[in-house]
Design a protein around this ligand. Structure first.
Ligand SMILES: C[S@@+](CC[C@H](N)C(=O)[O-])C[C@H]1O[C@@H](n2cnc3c(N)ncnc32)[C@H](O)[C@@H]1O
Length: 274
């Protein structure tokens, strides 16, 4: 099967599977980067590197269990059907599709190729903690580090942030995030720039959002307190439950306000001081 999918940092797949043991042989061959089985939900989450997506999908198709692609650029499920997500705070995010039309006040996020449809656990966790940050502090200026589709920046704008700088090293993500900003008519509050943490002026942001891989966080996390006011807040995700302490060490002096997890992924809301 030729998936036709563009190359992504990884492929995240959800397999309906009450008991993963019969799949062990296939999984040994597939060699996922990350595996988590939720007994309660009967769901096996698998993350693969992007370099052999077609081969991985062919192998997965050969399994008896049903699987669903959660993040791999455009999954066929998301391509053909729009969706509506209810975000905390009664805010609705709509990806238009047959029979699904955005209403007044909805966040509109067209289906695109960048990470951030709202379905990945790390995006969901970030959304929950982003909302929490607005309940514990007066958040005006936000830096969205690795904006992808722009989903967190759009939600921060909806929650009331007045200035949001959204950056991504991927030009395609920037193009799509910019389109999302225009679609939602918030170009006066959200600025999209191709780049990374160096785009941020020191000491000016109330909140940093960083849903990144552990490798990227290893390099960038220690710079986060420096771009925040003192004190400041950050929502960090993209790592597993076992990596929380490591992340906190990278960042330095912090107070953990909340640490949440889902399907083996974790996210923290922290208060930083310098
Ligand atoms: C996991 S996605 C998160 C997307 C979105 N913020 C979300 O929460 O769904 C990470 C994004 O960070 C971008 N990225 C990776 N390394 C980066 C870096 N060093 N600086 C800025 N962006 C980076 C990737 O291109 C990708 O779009």
């Amino acid at each position: 099967m030729d998936s036709g999918l563009p190359k992504k940092p990884y492929l995240h797949v959800r397999v309906s599977c009450p008991d993963p043991r019969p799949l062990e042989g296939t999984l040994n061959v597939l060699n996922p980067l990350y595996t988590h089985h939720s007994e309660e939900k009967g769901i096996l989450s698998l993350v693969f590197p992007s370099d052999n997506v077609d081969w991985t999908l062919r192998r997965l198709s050969g399994m008896s269990a049903q699987f669903e692609i959660l993040e791999a650029g455009l999954s066929s499920r998301l391509e053909t059907s729009g969706y509506r997500l209810m975000l905390p705070g009664g805010i609705s995010m709509v990806s238009p599709g047959p029979g699904i039309t955005p209403g007044a006040g909805d966040i509109v996020l067209k289906q695109n190729l960048s990470f951030g449809t709202g379905h990945h656990p790390t995006t969901e966790l970030s959304i929950r903690l982003l909302r929490e940050a607005f309940t514990v502090a007066d958040i005006k200026a936000v830096f969205d580090l690795g904006t992808g589709s722009g989903i967190l920046a759009l939600y921060a704008a909806k929650l009331g942030a007045s200035r949001i700088l959204a950056v991504d090293i991927d030009p395609r993500a920037c193009k799509e995030a910019l389109e999302a900003v225009r679609t939602n008519d918030i170009g006066h509050r959200v600025f999209v720039v191709q780049g990374s943490i160096e785009a941020a002026r020191p000491g000016v942001f109330d909140l940093v959002l960083a849903n990144l891989t552990i490798g990227t966080l290893r390099t960038l996390a220690r710079e986060i307190p420096g771009i925040l006011r003192n004190p400041g807040f950050a929502v960090i995700s993209g790592f597993t439950t076992g990596q929380v302490d490591q992340i906190l060490r990278y960042i330095g002096t912090t107070e953990v306000i909340k640490n949440i997890n889902q399907e083996g992924w974790a996210a923290v809301l922290i208060r930083t001081t310098r």
